[in-house]
Design a protein around this ligand. Structure first.
Ligand SMILES: [Fe+2]
Length: 321
Protein backbone atom coordinates (compact mmCIF):
# COMPACT_ATOMS: atom_id res chain seq x y z
CA UNK A 1 0.00 0.00 0.00
CA UNK A 2 1.31 3.42 -0.85
CA UNK A 3 0.26 7.01 -0.61
CA UNK A 4 0.47 9.67 -3.27
CA UNK A 5 0.56 13.40 -3.14
CA UNK A 6 -2.36 15.01 -4.93
CA UNK A 7 -0.90 17.89 -6.88
CA UNK A 8 -4.11 18.83 -8.67
CA UNK A 9 -6.07 20.52 -5.91
CA UNK A 10 -9.11 22.59 -6.68
CA UNK A 11 -9.70 26.08 -5.51
CA UNK A 12 -12.93 27.01 -3.80
CA UNK A 13 -13.83 29.37 -6.66
CA UNK A 14 -14.63 26.59 -9.13
CA UNK A 15 -15.79 24.00 -6.65
CA UNK A 16 -19.10 22.27 -7.17
CA UNK A 17 -19.91 20.14 -4.16
CA UNK A 18 -17.30 17.63 -3.05
CA UNK A 19 -16.34 15.75 -6.25
CA UNK A 20 -16.11 12.20 -4.85
CA UNK A 21 -14.03 9.53 -6.50
CA UNK A 22 -16.55 6.74 -6.03
CA UNK A 23 -19.18 5.16 -3.83
CA UNK A 24 -17.15 3.53 -1.06
CA UNK A 25 -19.76 1.84 1.12
CA UNK A 26 -23.44 1.46 1.81
CA UNK A 27 -24.51 1.37 5.46
CA UNK A 28 -27.69 -0.69 5.82
CA UNK A 29 -30.27 -1.19 8.55
CA UNK A 30 -30.91 -4.94 8.84
CA UNK A 31 -33.21 -7.02 11.04
CA UNK A 32 -30.77 -9.56 12.45
CA UNK A 33 -27.20 -8.38 12.23
CA UNK A 34 -25.63 -11.80 13.01
CA UNK A 35 -27.75 -13.70 10.48
CA UNK A 36 -27.04 -10.96 7.92
CA UNK A 37 -23.32 -11.12 8.69
CA UNK A 38 -23.33 -14.86 7.90
CA UNK A 39 -25.27 -14.25 4.69
CA UNK A 40 -22.97 -11.45 3.61
CA UNK A 41 -19.92 -13.62 4.21
CA UNK A 42 -21.22 -16.84 2.62
CA UNK A 43 -23.27 -15.38 -0.22
CA UNK A 44 -22.13 -11.81 -0.84
CA UNK A 45 -18.48 -12.69 -0.20
CA UNK A 46 -17.45 -9.89 2.17
CA UNK A 47 -15.75 -10.68 5.49
CA UNK A 48 -16.26 -9.02 8.85
CA UNK A 49 -13.38 -6.68 9.66
CA UNK A 50 -14.62 -5.17 12.92
CA UNK A 51 -17.75 -4.58 14.92
CA UNK A 52 -19.11 -1.91 17.21
CA UNK A 53 -21.32 -3.42 19.95
CA UNK A 54 -22.44 0.05 21.03
CA UNK A 55 -24.56 0.33 17.88
CA UNK A 56 -24.83 -3.42 17.09
CA UNK A 57 -22.99 -2.71 13.86
CA UNK A 58 -20.73 -5.00 11.81
CA UNK A 59 -18.36 -3.71 9.14
CA UNK A 60 -17.33 -5.91 6.21
CA UNK A 61 -14.70 -5.53 3.53
CA UNK A 62 -12.76 -7.41 0.88
CA UNK A 63 -9.92 -4.88 1.00
CA UNK A 64 -11.22 -2.03 -1.15
CA UNK A 65 -11.89 0.26 1.79
CA UNK A 66 -11.98 -0.10 5.56
CA UNK A 67 -15.54 -1.27 5.09
CA UNK A 68 -17.32 -1.88 1.80
CA UNK A 69 -20.63 -2.58 3.56
CA UNK A 70 -21.84 -1.84 7.08
CA UNK A 71 -24.85 -3.52 8.65
CA UNK A 72 -26.54 -2.12 11.76
CA UNK A 73 -29.31 -3.92 13.66
CA UNK A 74 -32.73 -2.27 13.45
CA UNK A 75 -33.43 -3.48 17.00
CA UNK A 76 -30.12 -2.21 18.40
CA UNK A 77 -29.59 1.03 20.30
CA UNK A 78 -29.05 2.99 17.07
CA UNK A 79 -31.92 1.37 15.17
CA UNK A 80 -34.86 2.14 17.46
CA UNK A 81 -36.93 -0.57 15.76
CA UNK A 82 -36.97 1.13 12.37
CA UNK A 83 -37.58 -0.93 9.20
CA UNK A 84 -34.65 -2.37 7.20
CA UNK A 85 -33.24 -0.12 4.51
CA UNK A 86 -30.60 2.43 3.76
CA UNK A 87 -28.80 4.13 6.65
CA UNK A 88 -26.42 6.06 4.41
CA UNK A 89 -24.30 5.95 1.28
CA UNK A 90 -20.66 6.97 1.71
CA UNK A 91 -18.69 8.69 -1.03
CA UNK A 92 -14.90 8.78 -0.91
CA UNK A 93 -12.87 11.92 -1.63
CA UNK A 94 -9.34 12.26 -2.91
CA UNK A 95 -8.01 13.65 0.37
CA UNK A 96 -8.87 15.63 3.49
CA UNK A 97 -8.14 19.01 1.88
CA UNK A 98 -11.02 18.29 -0.51
CA UNK A 99 -13.25 17.36 2.42
CA UNK A 100 -12.59 20.58 4.31
CA UNK A 101 -12.85 22.77 1.20
CA UNK A 102 -16.12 21.15 0.11
CA UNK A 103 -17.55 21.40 3.62
CA UNK A 104 -16.69 25.10 3.89
CA UNK A 105 -18.20 25.90 0.49
CA UNK A 106 -21.36 23.93 1.28
CA UNK A 107 -21.72 25.66 4.65
CA UNK A 108 -21.44 29.02 2.89
CA UNK A 109 -24.19 27.88 0.52
CA UNK A 110 -26.44 27.07 3.49
CA UNK A 111 -26.19 23.28 3.39
CA UNK A 112 -26.97 21.69 6.75
CA UNK A 113 -24.77 18.88 8.02
CA UNK A 114 -26.16 16.43 10.55
CA UNK A 115 -22.79 15.31 11.95
CA UNK A 116 -19.04 15.58 11.52
CA UNK A 117 -16.81 12.81 12.84
CA UNK A 118 -13.29 11.49 13.20
CA UNK A 119 -13.26 7.72 12.66
CA UNK A 120 -9.48 7.60 13.30
CA UNK A 121 -8.75 6.15 9.83
CA UNK A 122 -11.10 8.60 8.09
CA UNK A 123 -12.72 11.98 8.64
CA UNK A 124 -16.40 12.27 7.67
CA UNK A 125 -19.27 14.70 7.32
CA UNK A 126 -22.90 13.60 7.15
CA UNK A 127 -25.97 15.17 5.61
CA UNK A 128 -29.35 14.17 4.22
CA UNK A 129 -30.43 14.31 0.59
CA UNK A 130 -33.76 16.00 -0.32
CA UNK A 131 -35.62 12.69 0.17
CA UNK A 132 -34.09 12.18 3.62
CA UNK A 133 -31.56 9.47 2.67
CA UNK A 134 -28.32 9.66 4.66
CA UNK A 135 -25.14 10.66 2.83
CA UNK A 136 -21.59 10.47 4.18
CA UNK A 137 -18.68 12.24 2.51
CA UNK A 138 -15.27 11.20 3.79
CA UNK A 139 -11.55 11.18 3.22
CA UNK A 140 -9.19 8.51 4.50
CA UNK A 141 -6.54 10.02 6.75
CA UNK A 142 -4.59 6.80 7.46
CA UNK A 143 -3.42 4.38 4.82
CA UNK A 144 -2.85 1.43 7.19
CA UNK A 145 -6.47 0.81 8.17
CA UNK A 146 -6.00 -2.94 8.63
CA UNK A 147 -3.64 -2.22 11.53
CA UNK A 148 -6.20 0.06 13.17
CA UNK A 149 -9.48 -1.70 12.45
CA UNK A 150 -10.10 -5.29 13.61
CA UNK A 151 -12.08 -7.20 16.18
CA UNK A 152 -14.35 -5.41 18.62
CA UNK A 153 -14.11 -1.62 18.78
CA UNK A 154 -15.52 0.06 21.85
CA UNK A 155 -13.82 3.46 21.85
CA UNK A 156 -15.84 6.64 21.66
CA UNK A 157 -14.66 8.88 18.88
CA UNK A 158 -13.28 12.35 19.57
CA UNK A 159 -15.15 15.48 18.54
CA UNK A 160 -13.89 16.67 15.18
CA UNK A 161 -14.92 19.43 12.82
CA UNK A 162 -13.51 19.97 9.31
CA UNK A 163 -10.54 22.28 9.66
CA UNK A 164 -10.14 21.75 13.42
CA UNK A 165 -7.00 19.75 12.57
CA UNK A 166 -4.66 20.69 9.69
CA UNK A 167 -6.10 18.89 6.63
CA UNK A 168 -3.76 16.56 4.80
CA UNK A 169 -3.18 16.71 1.05
CA UNK A 170 -2.08 13.06 1.02
CA UNK A 171 -4.40 10.60 -0.72
CA UNK A 172 -4.69 7.81 1.84
CA UNK A 173 -7.29 5.56 0.21
CA UNK A 174 -6.00 2.08 -0.63
CA UNK A 175 -3.92 2.15 -3.79
CA UNK A 176 -4.10 -1.19 -5.62
CA UNK A 177 -5.63 -2.91 -2.59
CA UNK A 178 -5.16 -6.60 -1.99
CA UNK A 179 -8.62 -8.09 -2.62
CA UNK A 180 -9.27 -10.93 -0.17
CA UNK A 181 -11.68 -13.36 -1.77
CA UNK A 182 -13.84 -15.78 0.23
CA UNK A 183 -13.42 -18.84 -1.99
CA UNK A 184 -16.50 -20.70 -0.72
CA UNK A 185 -18.85 -17.70 -1.10
CA UNK A 186 -21.46 -17.57 -3.87
CA UNK A 187 -20.14 -14.26 -5.20
CA UNK A 188 -16.64 -12.81 -5.32
CA UNK A 189 -17.10 -9.04 -5.47
CA UNK A 190 -14.43 -6.74 -6.81
CA UNK A 191 -16.05 -3.69 -5.25
CA UNK A 192 -19.23 -2.06 -4.00
CA UNK A 193 -20.13 -0.35 -7.24
CA UNK A 194 -23.33 1.65 -6.98
CA UNK A 195 -26.71 2.13 -5.35
CA UNK A 196 -30.06 2.74 -7.00
CA UNK A 197 -32.50 5.02 -5.20
CA UNK A 198 -36.16 5.61 -6.02
CA UNK A 199 -36.86 9.32 -5.50
CA UNK A 200 -39.91 11.20 -4.29
CA UNK A 201 -38.47 14.49 -5.50
CA UNK A 202 -36.56 13.26 -8.53
CA UNK A 203 -35.55 16.63 -9.99
CA UNK A 204 -34.34 17.96 -6.65
CA UNK A 205 -32.45 14.73 -5.98
CA UNK A 206 -30.69 15.00 -9.37
CA UNK A 207 -29.78 18.59 -8.57
CA UNK A 208 -28.54 17.74 -5.06
CA UNK A 209 -26.20 14.94 -6.15
CA UNK A 210 -24.84 17.11 -8.97
CA UNK A 211 -24.54 20.52 -7.33
CA UNK A 212 -23.87 19.61 -3.69
CA UNK A 213 -22.31 16.15 -3.66
CA UNK A 214 -20.45 16.86 -6.90
CA UNK A 215 -21.21 13.73 -8.93
CA UNK A 216 -21.56 14.01 -12.72
CA UNK A 217 -24.65 12.79 -14.52
CA UNK A 218 -23.37 10.51 -17.29
CA UNK A 219 -26.62 9.07 -18.66
CA UNK A 220 -30.16 10.43 -18.51
CA UNK A 221 -30.96 13.21 -16.07
CA UNK A 222 -33.86 15.10 -14.52
CA UNK A 223 -35.79 15.09 -17.82
CA UNK A 224 -35.25 11.36 -18.39
CA UNK A 225 -36.77 8.34 -16.62
CA UNK A 226 -33.45 7.65 -14.88
CA UNK A 227 -30.16 9.35 -14.10
CA UNK A 228 -26.81 7.58 -13.80
CA UNK A 229 -24.09 9.43 -11.88
CA UNK A 230 -20.34 8.89 -11.89
CA UNK A 231 -17.58 10.09 -9.61
CA UNK A 232 -14.16 11.27 -10.71
CA UNK A 233 -13.19 7.64 -11.47
CA UNK A 234 -15.88 7.79 -14.18
CA UNK A 235 -17.61 4.64 -12.97
CA UNK A 236 -21.38 4.54 -12.31
CA UNK A 237 -21.86 4.94 -8.57
CA UNK A 238 -25.45 6.17 -8.16
CA UNK A 239 -28.64 5.63 -10.15
CA UNK A 240 -31.75 7.72 -9.43
CA UNK A 241 -35.22 6.88 -10.71
CA UNK A 242 -38.48 8.70 -9.92
CA UNK A 243 -41.14 7.16 -7.69
CA UNK A 244 -43.78 6.62 -10.35
CA UNK A 245 -46.18 3.79 -11.14
CA UNK A 246 -46.38 2.75 -7.50
CA UNK A 247 -42.64 2.28 -7.15
CA UNK A 248 -41.92 3.01 -3.44
CA UNK A 249 -39.30 5.65 -2.63
CA UNK A 250 -36.03 4.63 -0.97
CA UNK A 251 -33.20 2.23 -1.66
CA UNK A 252 -33.97 -0.07 -4.59
CA UNK A 253 -30.73 -2.07 -4.51
CA UNK A 254 -27.00 -1.98 -3.89
CA UNK A 255 -24.85 -3.17 -6.77
CA UNK A 256 -21.55 -5.05 -6.62
CA UNK A 257 -19.13 -5.63 -9.45
CA UNK A 258 -17.98 -9.24 -9.67
CA UNK A 259 -15.34 -10.90 -11.80
CA UNK A 260 -17.06 -14.21 -12.41
CA UNK A 261 -19.44 -15.61 -14.98
CA UNK A 262 -22.96 -15.16 -13.53
CA UNK A 263 -23.93 -18.71 -14.50
CA UNK A 264 -21.42 -20.05 -11.97
CA UNK A 265 -22.97 -17.88 -9.25
CA UNK A 266 -26.49 -18.99 -10.25
CA UNK A 267 -25.41 -22.62 -9.96
CA UNK A 268 -24.04 -21.98 -6.48
CA UNK A 269 -27.29 -20.24 -5.50
CA UNK A 270 -29.24 -23.30 -6.63
CA UNK A 271 -26.94 -25.66 -4.72
CA UNK A 272 -27.59 -23.67 -1.53
CA UNK A 273 -31.31 -23.27 -2.12
CA UNK A 274 -31.04 -19.45 -2.23
CA UNK A 275 -33.67 -17.72 -4.29
CA UNK A 276 -32.55 -16.07 -7.51
CA UNK A 277 -34.75 -12.95 -7.62
CA UNK A 278 -33.84 -12.06 -11.20
CA UNK A 279 -31.25 -12.58 -13.89
CA UNK A 280 -30.96 -9.83 -16.49
CA UNK A 281 -28.84 -9.94 -19.60
CA UNK A 282 -28.50 -7.51 -22.46
CA UNK A 283 -25.78 -6.49 -24.88
CA UNK A 284 -23.89 -4.49 -22.24
CA UNK A 285 -24.11 -6.48 -19.03
CA UNK A 286 -25.26 -9.54 -17.19
CA UNK A 287 -26.45 -9.25 -13.62
CA UNK A 288 -27.97 -11.34 -10.87
CA UNK A 289 -30.33 -10.11 -8.14
CA UNK A 290 -30.76 -11.74 -4.73
CA UNK A 291 -32.32 -10.56 -1.47
CA UNK A 292 -30.58 -10.52 1.89
CA UNK A 293 -32.33 -11.90 5.02
CA UNK A 294 -34.05 -8.53 5.60
CA UNK A 295 -35.36 -8.48 2.03
CA UNK A 296 -32.89 -5.83 0.81
CA UNK A 297 -32.12 -6.27 -2.87
CA UNK A 298 -28.50 -6.86 -3.94
CA UNK A 299 -27.30 -6.82 -7.53
CA UNK A 300 -24.20 -8.56 -8.82
CA UNK A 301 -22.89 -7.43 -12.14
CA UNK A 302 -20.12 -8.96 -14.12
CA UNK A 303 -17.31 -6.51 -14.73
CA UNK A 304 -18.29 -4.31 -17.65
CA UNK A 305 -16.27 -4.77 -20.80
CA UNK A 306 -17.28 -1.38 -22.13
CA UNK A 307 -18.74 1.73 -20.49
CA UNK A 308 -22.47 1.69 -19.97
CA UNK A 309 -24.36 3.81 -22.49
CA UNK A 310 -27.88 3.37 -21.19
CA UNK A 311 -30.02 1.34 -18.84
CA UNK A 312 -31.36 -1.39 -21.11
CA UNK A 313 -35.12 -1.93 -21.46
CA UNK A 314 -35.00 -5.21 -19.54
CA UNK A 315 -33.24 -3.68 -16.56
CA UNK A 316 -35.43 -0.58 -16.64
CA UNK A 317 -38.52 -2.78 -16.59
CA UNK A 318 -37.11 -4.52 -13.54
CA UNK A 319 -36.67 -1.15 -11.79
CA UNK A 320 -40.42 -0.69 -12.07
CA UNK A 321 -41.18 -3.69 -9.84
FE1 LIG B 1 -20.38 5.21 6.78
Amino acid sequence: MSTIENTNLDTNQDRRGFRPRRLAHANLWVRDVEETNNFYRNVLGLAEVYRRPRIEGIFLSNGNTYHDIAIVDTDGPAGHGRPPGLNHLAFELENEVDLVAGYEVECERGTTFTETASHDVAHSVYLSDPDGNGVEIYADVKSDWRELRSGVITNTEPDWKPGSTPPSQVSCYPQNPEIREIAEAVFHPLRTASATIVCNDYEDMCRFYTEHIGLSCSIGGPNSPYAVFVGSLNRPCLVLVPAVLGRPAGLHHVSFEVSENPYDAIRRLEERDIELVAYLEDSQRRCVFVKDPSGLLLRFQQQELKPRESIGPTEFEFLLV
